[in-house]
Design a protein around this ligand. Structure first.
Ligand SMILES: [Fe+2]
Length: 384
C-alpha cells in the first residue's frame, strides 16, 4: 500500500509559522526580535528553563540587539489561568510590543494566552474552545527547549483552570506563533523523565494526526516520518543522554508531529489526556503515553490500514492489531514509561468526572471512530 493516496484529494489547509531549525540558532533570536519590536519585549519562561541557562541566553541575545526586556517566569508546570492574567498585566504595565517564549509547552502556551488577553482585553476563560479569538495577539517568537509539546508551531494553548480542575483547550489559527526558532542543543538539559515523556507526546501526536479524519497527504508525510524518527531515536536519547544526533532527530520529530497535528488535529487520546491531566495536574506526556495502547485498540477497526503504515514506519513490518499493540507495549517498557494512569494520580472514583470533561473536548471531533462518554469511561478503566 502506498504511503499517500492521490486519487481524490480533500480540501485541506496547511498553516505553519516561519521555522528556523538548527544547532546554535538560539543566538539568532535577538536579530529576529529586532525586526518585530520597537519598545519592550516580554520574555515568558519558567524557573527550570531559567536554571538550565536558556532564558539568560535568549535575554543576552535580545540585549545585544539593543532591546529592552521584561521577564515573566512565574509559570506553573501546567500553566494556570492566573499565570496568564498576571503575565498579561506585566505586558500591559511595561508597554511591551513583542512576546518571546522560551521553554517547553508551559511557557509557550502561557505566552499565547498572555498575548490574546493583552490585546483582547478579556479573561482567558472566555477564549475556551475553537475560534473564540477575535483580535490577534502581538507578534510571538517561540524558542522550544523540549522535543514534544510542539506549541511553537501549533494553533493550540492548553491552560489549566484550577477552579474546575480542568485543562481548557483554546484553539485558533491566531495562536500560531510568528516564528519558531528551534535549536536542538537546548534539549540537552532535559532530564530522562522529561525526555521520555515529551518523546511519548510526540509519538501520540504522530499517531493521532495520522489516523485523524481531518488528515490529508499534506499532514500524513509529517506524521509518518515523525513516528519513524521517534522509534529510531527516542530509545537512544533515553539510553545515552549525551547523544546529540538522537536529540536533534527527536527535535525534528517533534516539529514534524507538530506540523501534522496543527493541521489534522488530534483525537480521543488527547481529549482524555487533557481531562485527566487537568484533574490530576499530571505530566501531559506521561498521561497520554498511558492511553496509547487502549486508544489504538479502540480505533483499530476504523483505520487498520493507517495503523499498519505506522507499524511499518516504526518497526519495519506490520502484523495487525495485536502485533502493533504488543510492539508499543515493548517500546514503552524499553523507555521505562509503562505505568498506567493510576501513577498519574487518577483513581477509579474520578472516572465519571474526567469522562464528562473529555467528552466535551474539541479533539474528539477528528477521532476516526465515534466516541461516547461510556466508551471514554471504559478506556480510562483499561488505562488505570
Ligand atoms: Fe500532546
Amino acid at each position: 500500500m502506498p504511503v499517500l493516496s492521490y486519487e481524490r484529494l480533500p480540501i485541506r489547509k496547511f498553516a505553519s509559522p516561519e521555522v528556523i531549525f538548527g544547532s546554535g540558532s538560539i543566538e539568532l533570536v535577538g536579530q529576529h526580535a529586532y525586526n518585530l519590536s520597537r519598545r519592550q519585549v516580554l520574555v515568558v519562561s519558567d524557573a527550570g528553563v531559567r536554571q538550565a541557562g536558556w532564558t539568560e541566553k535568549v535575554m543576552g541575545s535580545l540585549e545585544q540587539s539593543g532591546l529592552r526586556i521584561t521577564l515573566f517566569d512565574d509559570v506553573a508546570a501546567n500553566p494556570r489561568t492566573d499565570d496568564v492574567m498576571r503575565g498579561a498585566r506585566r505586558y500591559l504595565d511595561d508597554d511591551c510590543d513583542l512576546i518571546v517564549a522560551v521553554g517547553g509547552g508551559s511557557p509557550m502556551d502561557c505566552a499565547k494566552g498572555i498575548g490574546i488577553v493583552a490585546t483582547g482585553g478579556q479573561d482567558i476563560v472566555s477564549f475556551e474552545g475553537v475560534d473564540k479569538v477575535r483580535v490577534p495577539g502581538p507578534p510571538l517568537i517561540c524558542v522550544p527547549t523540549t522535543a514534544g509539546s510542539s506549541a511553537d508551531v501549533s494553533p493550540v494553548a492548553i491552560i489549566t483552570d484550577p477552579e474546575r480542575r480542568k485543562k481548557m483547550a483554546i484553539i485558533s489559527r491566531l495562536l500560531v506563533p510568528d516564528l519558531s526558532l528551534i535549536d536542538p542543543t537546548t534539549t540537552a538539559t532535559m532530564d530522562d523523565s522529561l525526555t521520555v515523556a515529551t518523546g511519548m507526546d510526540t509519538l501520540a501526536h504522530a499517531f493521532e494526526s495520522y489516523v485523524s479524519n481531518a488528515s490529508s497527504p499534506l499532514t500524513d508525510l509529517f506524521a509518518l516520518e515523525a513516528a519513524k524518527l521517534v522509534a529510531e531515536n527516542l530509545p537512544a536519547a533515553h539510553r545515552r543522554p549525551e547523544d546529540e544526533k538522537a536529540r536533534e532527530m527527536m527535535m525534528l520529530a517533534s516539529l514534524y508531529a507538530g506540523l501534522a497535528f496543527s493541521n489534522a488535529s488530534l483525537g480521543v487520546l488527547h481529549a482524555m489526556a487533557h481531562s485527566a491531566g487537568g484533574f490530576c495536574d499530571s505530566s501531559h506526556g506521561e498521561t497520554g503515553g498511558a492511553l496509547l495502547e487502549c486508544v489504538v485498540e479502540f480505533n483499530y477497526p476504523c483505520v487498520r490500514d493507517k495503523y499498519d503504515m505506522l507499524e511499518r514506519a516504526m518497526f519495519g513490518a506490520a502484523g495487525g492489531k495485536g502485533s502493533l499493540i504488543g510492539k508499543i507495549d515493548g517500546f514503552r517498557k524499553e523507555l521505562g514509561a509503562d505505568r498506567g494512569l493510576e501513577s498519574c494520580g487518577l483513581g477509579r472514583e474520578d472516572i465519571p468526572y474526567v469522562s464528562r470533561n473529555a467528552a466535551a473536548d474539541p479533539c474528539l471531533a477528528t477521532n476516526p471512530r465515534k466516541v461516547t462518554r461510556e466508551d471514554i469511561e471504559v478506556l480510562y478503566e483499561r488505562a488505570l
